[in-house]
Design a binder for this molecule. Structure first.
Ligand code: PA5
Length: 437
């Protein structure tokens, strides 16, 4: 998958060899559970073992939802929605068929307009809710759950509880308690798997299965990648080499990594990647800043900066080798637009030459490029890719010397927001903030 030829102007094979000891030690910490955050390493083996515990139940629930609902509302934020959203965008056609259950994500924003429009849209629709929250207390999904649960209750009365699926920690938190009390079907989020590492659990699998995506293939892809990550020797281990090279680059001042794709439907994979790396690595004043772009679109916006701005960037380009679909460019009489030189070519060839040309231009502009070659867009490859990034992220976080599995920094905005909203218990902070505003 990884081709680092276009980074070798900036990182030598010697440096890659020199960092091997550190990388292998980081890998061992992940596998032996001896590093920071070692109580959040359940995701490492999950696709191999536990993933099948609830597999049938997930498939049955998805089938039921497809039968009785035009819409599945997935309520969650951060790791409790981005993986499913990334998979759904990647594995669905651009223009959805009108048949089938539509998955809509809510509770990931406090936008009143977004909430109101969906409330209005659902008035005449049959729908179900999948509320996803590991803690069960996160404000954005909790507000959305209150709003949409009320709508569901008004529509279906007592039977509305049968249309609510709760994905949460078993035995803990308010969501679990309410779910038990009301009789919602419950899917577990293992305690030892954090939100942004949870896409291969029911968190990602139930919404994806409801959309008709082959979740077994996703798991098989993740299993294959897990075996590669665990067993390949360093110089053949793409995840380890990727973690190694991005850390070498970081140590040389390349502090921003841009995730690049040439396929707009991978936009949310970029969002998922940004959360995974940003929330895992950005702490203690350290960390690579993850950004994402869609080319060639963004070559006409950010392209100038990337080619010529501050030289603190490197790019990780996801290259889809075989396009899902393609179109032929035909010759035209008169050639008024001067494009006849492309006639007889498929559009993917143009896209690929744009990729190659951009890689070469950016490397010339001192932006190292790493290429991840993915054979195609498929459920299997999605599973491989998410496992690859999670494993690389764990190793990379340990190389940085931080805990890749906590996210204490996220609490700061919450405390201020609660104080400003007058939540009981935050009175002193509220007074302090009012003086600053
Ligand atoms: O990765 C994480 O842990 C976070 O992004 C969480 O997924 C996010 O904050 C949502 O938390 P919860 O699932 O507890 O509602």
């Amino acid at each position: 998958m990884l081709n680092y030829k276009n980074a070798l102007k900036f990182v030598s094979e010697k440096e890659i060899n020199n960092i091997a000891g550190e990388v292998l030690a980081a890998k061992e910490k992940l596998l032996n559970k001896t590093g920071l955050g070692n109580d959040f390493l359940g995701w490492v083996d999950y696709p191999e073992k536990e993933v099948f515990t609830d597999f049938e139940r997930i498939c049955e629930a998805a089938k039921r939802i497809r039968q009785d609902s035009e819409v599945l509302l997935v309520i969650g934020i951060g790791g409790s929605y981005l993986g499913a959203k990334a998979g759904l965008s990647m594995l669905s056609p651009y223009f959805l068929k009108s048949s089938g259950t539509k998955v809509i994500f809510v509770g990931n924003t406090l936008s009143p307009a977004y909430s109101k429009e969906i409330l209005d849209y659902l008035q005449d629709k049959d729908f179900s809710i999948n509320i996803i929250s590991k803690s069960g207390t996160t404000t954005e999904p909790a507000i959305a759950f209150r709003l949409f649960r009320n709508l569901l209750q008004n529509k279906y009365g007592a039977s509305s509880n049968k249309r609510i699926y709760a994905t949460t920690t078993i035995g803990k938190g308010v969501l679990y308690r309410v779910a038990k009390e009301k009789g919602y079907e419950i899917f577990p989020i293992p305690e030892d798997i954090g939100g942004r590492y949870s896409v291969l659990t029911a968190v990602g699998l139930l919404p994806l299965a409801t959309s008709g995506i082959d979740i077994k293939a996703i798991i098989e892809g993740a299993q294959a990648e897990r075996r590669a990550c665990l067993n390949q020797p360093y110089l053949k281990n793409d995840a380890l080499l990727y973690a190694a090279i991005r850390n070498i680059l970081y140590r040389k001042g390349k502090e921003i990594e841009i995730f690049v794709t040439y396929e707009p439907k991978l936009k949310y994979l970029g969002e998922w990647y940004k959360q995974l790396f940003g929330e895992s690595e950005g702490k203690s004043g350290k960390g690579l800043f993850p950004a994402s772009v869609i080319y060639t679109t963004d070559l006409h916006s950010l392209g100038q900066y990337i080619q010529d701005g501050k030289r603190i960037l490197f790019e990780t380009v996801l290259n889809i080798e075989k396009p899902e679909k393609d179109v032929l460019l035909e010759a035209e009489a008169g050639d008024f637009d001067g494009l006849n030189y492309l006639s007889g070519k498929m559009l993917d060839i143009v896209n690929k030459q744009a990729l190659k040309g951009t890689v070469l231009a950016h490397v010339d502009g001192n932006v190292p490029n790493l290429i991840l070659n993915l054979p195609e867009i498929s459920a299997y490859e999605f599973g491989r890719l998410v496992y690859f990034f999670m494993f690389a992220c764990g190793v990379s976080g340990y190389l940085l010397g931080i805990n890749p599995f906590d996210q204490e920094g996220v609490e700061a905005y919450k405390k201020n927001m609660f104080a400003l909203l007058g939540k009981p218990g935050y009175e002193a902070l509220s007074e302090e903030l009012k003086k600053k505003l």
